[in-house]
Write a protein that binds this ligand. Structure first.
Ligand code: T46
Length: 137
């Protein structure tokens, strides 16, 4: 299922001082990283995202706290829980996604393959179906 195919478990490097995890572009995750942002201080009950992309690939890590991600690639719909800094969720451009159930301490780190471009967003679900549907619906 989606949990299996889209989640990468990274190695936790630890010693007596504590823990450290590493993400290297094109090694740990399947793309070069051009942009990094993080979502935090999310208010209770908030659901955000509601889009897919044309080109951008992303890696999501909840480095603190937890949140959930609803995914829909028109073939499968699934809900993934990000509750560990070892779990990386890879989002392909054709993954419609919505993030929700943020814990108050959640820091959701996102690594992206492209610079920010509002034109790269598909925010209309019907448009998403038109672009990625390929007559499967
Ligand atoms: C995504 C999910 C996981 C920028 O100016 N530059 C940026 O690089 C980003 C990411 C956002 N912004 C501005 C655009 C909006 O005015 O920050 C504001 C909030 O962004 P947005 O409403 O797109 O946030 P989300 O949570 O809907 O989506 C974000 C990413 O935009 C998106 O690519 O896949 O996180």
């Amino acid at each position: 299922d989606i949990q299996q195919s889209k989640i990468i478990e990274i190695v936790e490097l630890g010693d007596e001082r504590g823990l450290l995890s590493v993400i290297e572009g094109n090694l740990t995750i399947p793309f070069d990283v051009k942009r990094v942002f993080y979502i935090y201080g999310t208010k209770e009950g908030i659901r955000r995202g509601f889009h897919a992309h044309y080109k951008t690939r992303q890696a999501l890590i909840s480095v603190s706290g937890s949140c959930k991600v609803y995914l829909d690639d028109l073939k499968r719909k699934d809900n993934v829980t990000l509750d560990s800094p070892k779990k990386i969720l890879i989002l392909e451009p054709n993954d419609w996604h919505e993030m929700y159930d943020f814990s108050p301490d959640c820091v959701l780190l996102v690594l992206a393959s492209h610079y920010y471009d509002p034109e790269d967003y598909i925010r209309d679900y019907d448009k998403f179906v038109e672009v990625y549907g390929n007559g499967i619906l």
